[in-house]
Design a protein around this ligand. Structure first.
Ligand code: DGL
Length: 264
């Protein structure tokens, strides 16, 4: 047993999609979350900067005495997961491998689309991981740089958002049977994305898939939180506006949250 919280980091509010799934699958676990909305989006930034920012978030979480870190951001996972994992002596999870495996499991015709930030797509990491596991898959990737700013400004249903999603995803329409949401912000746009791609396309939420791995690791290292400890004190931190973050988080998690502004 280990009653310390699990730490989550993201460039902004996207990692909340992972937290929601954690709360559904592992409701006894406590969360500490840091979102760097002041510097989002990370996706168009150079790798070295994403690396520096991610380490700042990791170091912040370490000050909160977390028992595990989840890099709930595909972009940061693509750039720095291996390095963080190698340096820390607590388990560190990324969201890319779980998303890649789930896509292989879900596809019926071997045609997998991956959407992500410019850095995630440029790194080609999904294609590499998917092909390493299953070389016969055909992977088509597409960067969607306009999606994260829309989510960060809580424009989840607006007509502008619909227009942007439709125009951006157009090149993939009718060409894939499975689509990996390779950015943790994208599940917040899921209904529009599903509508655009059509009901036969299976959407893979890489963050939600990673919660199964969190569960496996908690069991493996025997660090689950005790079920007798009922009082959960989830803590959320943002580098931007706490009120805006709380609005998005409360809607998404269906829970009253305690959000604090921090400067890194
Ligand atoms: N949620 C982050 C991801 O999964 C978004 C990165 C960004 O800020 O561009 O990649």
């Amino acid at each position: 047993m280990d009653n310390r919280p699990i730490g989550f980091l993201d460039s902004g509010v996207g990692g909340l999609t992972v937290v929601r799934e954690l709360m559904r699958q592992l409701p006894h676990e406590e969360v500490v979350y840091i979102g760097d909305s002041a510097r989002a989006p990370y996706g168009p930034r150079p790798a070295e900067q994403i690396r520096d920012y991610t380490w700042q978030l990791v170091n912040f979480l370490l000050t909160k005495d977390v028992k595990m870190i989840v890099i709930a951001c595909n972009t940061a996972t693509a750039v720095v997961w291996e390095e963080v994992k190698a340096k820390l002596d607590i388990p560190v999870l990324g969201v890319i491998l779980p998303g890649a495996s789930a896509a292989i499991k879900s596809t019926t015709g071997g045609k997998i689309g991956v959407i992500g930030t410019p850095m995630t797509v440029q790194s080609d990491i999904y294609r590499k991981k998917i092909e390493a596991l299953s070389p016969e898959m055909e992977v088509q990737s597409l960067a969607c740089p306009k999606f994260v700013p829309l989510v960060e400004s809580n424009e989840l249903q607006s007509s502008l958002t619909k227009k942007v999603v439709y125009e951006t995803l157009h090149p993939l329409a009718g060409r894939v049977d499975t689509l990996v949401l390779g950015c943790t912000h994208y599940p917040l746009l899921r209904p529009i994305i599903q509508n655009m791609m059509g009901p036969s396309v299976k959407l893979i939420d890489s963050g939600a898939e990673c919660v199964r791995d969190i569960s496996v690791l908690l069991n493996y290292f025997e660090i689950n939180r005790s079920r007798d400890k009922h009082e959960l004190n989830h803590r959320f931190y943002t580098t931007a506006n706490a009120k805006r973050f709380a609005e998005i988080a409360e809607n998404w998690l269906n829970l009253k949250v305690n959000v604090e502004h921090v400067t890194l």
